[in-house]
Design a protein around this ligand. Sequence first.
Ligand code: ZN
Ligand code: ZN
Length: 414
Amino acid sequence: MVSQQIQEKYAELALRTGVNLQKGQALMINSSLEGADFTKIVAKKAYELGAKDVHINWGDDDLTLWKYQYAPDEVLEDFPEWRVKLHDMYAEDGAAVLSIRSTNPDLLKDIDPTKVAKANKAAALAMTNFRKYTMNDKITWSIISIPTGDWAQKIFPDKSREDAIASLWEAIIKIVRVDQENPIKAWDEHNETLKAAREVLNEKNYKKLVFKAPGTDLEMELPEGHIWKGGSAVSEKGITFNPNMPTEEVFSMPHKYGVNGTVSSTKPLNYGGSLIDNFSLTFKDGKVVDFKAEQGEDTLKHLLETDEGASRLGEIALVPHESPVSQSGLLFYNTLFDENASCHVALGKAYPTNVEGGSAMNDEELDKAGVNDSLTHVDFMFGSEKLDIDGVKADGTTEAVFRNGTWALDMTSK
Ligand code: ZN
Ligand code: ZN
């Protein structure tokens, strides 16, 4: 088990560098009963840092599974209004939101994917207003993870439960830089590196990116006025925060009508408690026109059918293959980690902040600007040491952006 002192360091990092909790601010935490010890460390630290109120939404994998097994469909498809209200009230009050994720990736593998898809859609629809607060950076929010037994044993199947949890703690602590003397300073430096990288790409202002790897041959138009982001973000109130810990990506958005060709996954995708693996998608004018998956094809089909925008892309993220997450050599079956080991795209909603003036645009303006909208936003990984990316400028000149899975551009100078 990881020491109390390390857990306190991690909690402080999540509160300061993650959500950047301010004095007098409320904090809402989403966490699991299995992670109660760590969650209470976070809550106490939050009060010590001046939080006026800490509210925790407790979840539990067993309870979730039993609900799917025993509750009638109409209960699963009816997302309770009080839950929506709770989130909206904290958001309106300007609370920070910290999610501590640790779900078993196989939790719902034996549940009918149609049932899961319906419940997910109902929840997404109900939370539309709250999602605007996070996806437009109106409030500060952050996602971190801690190990739980089932998840840890999925990653380390040959180890005892206890050893698997210890090994996963060790991996996470290293990846989120909590093993370093001063993790907050380490993150400041890391954020500077990501800032330099996004500035290089913003300066380049590519019109199109071309991706080539085994099973992947994809042309992706980038919208006019697209913005590359990465590392820390700034909230509406001017508070710097880190939405994801870890994060190794710089990301922007594809034009919702400008994606053509085929992309093949390089890591399994854990979606709603089931795995989708070895899959490929073919796009025409931004829309998926063909797909196949060796595992979880039904789940993928339901994901694509969530709504019109679920079969279009809302994010392109570039991650060099030598990121600390890749270097761990582990497959996490958890997007927060796996997406930071690999270039990825997201099916579904784009972050409006990835285009100039996007946060202030109405639905029609967003569509015209090429910004995809959907109830869903699901990242999947297609990067590998074999991925090459070319950048095409407005005048047609082409240059190497990635070769063999890593930067071919000088990412340190502008
Ligand atoms: Zn991403
Ligand atoms: Zn994403």
